[in-house]
Structure formats: structure tokens, C-alpha cells
Design a protein. Structure first.
Length: 85
């Protein structure tokens, strides 16, 4: 039983980490809306950066992993999500 629970937890852990915003989600075009939308999806915004004509919201999930959520400033749609290095 313990092995089954451990195996299930190990398999579902990456899925839980991905239960954040997804590419294509529309999160808004201003910092207030973006912060609220990402926060509702489990990603607390700590900073915003502009890069290559896109906006990057730096946020952390419940596991304290730090992510860059790349947002198209015209549509407010998430175009990429990557672990911050």
C-alpha cells in the first residue's frame, strides 16, 4: 500500500506543479489583472520584466519554484512558461 501511495505521489507531483497558468490562458494586459489572474491559478507574482516585446511575470508556485510567465502585451495571453534561471 505504501509503495502504491508513494508511486502515485511521485507521478502526480509534476502534474500538480503544472496546475498553474497554461499557454493560451488570457491573464490580462495590466499588472493588477495579471497578478490577480496568476494568483488565482497558484502563481504569486513578485516582479514584472519587459523583454523582446513581451512581458514576463516572475512568480512562484506553492512548491516555491520560481517561474517566468511570458505574456503578449496586446492580447494578455500567456505565450510561454519557463522555470526562472
Amino acid at each position: 500500500m505504501k509503495k502504491t501511495l508513494l508511486a502515485t505521489a511521485l507521478i502526480l507531483s509534476p502534474v500538480a506543479a503544472l496546475a498553474m497558468p497554461a499557454v493560451g490562458d488570457v491573464v490580462g494586459t495590466n499588472p493588477t489583472d495579471v497578478s490577480a489572474a496568476l494568483g488565482a491559478k497558484g502563481c504569486t507574482v513578485s516582479d514584472f520584466e519587459a523583454e523582446d516585446g513581451k512581458v514576463e511575470a516572475v512568480c512562484s508556485d506553492e512548491a516555491k519554484m520560481v517561474w517566468e510567465v511570458v505574456i503578449d502585451p496586446a492580447s494578455g495571453a500567456v505565450t510561454e512558461i519557463k522555470e526562472k534561471d
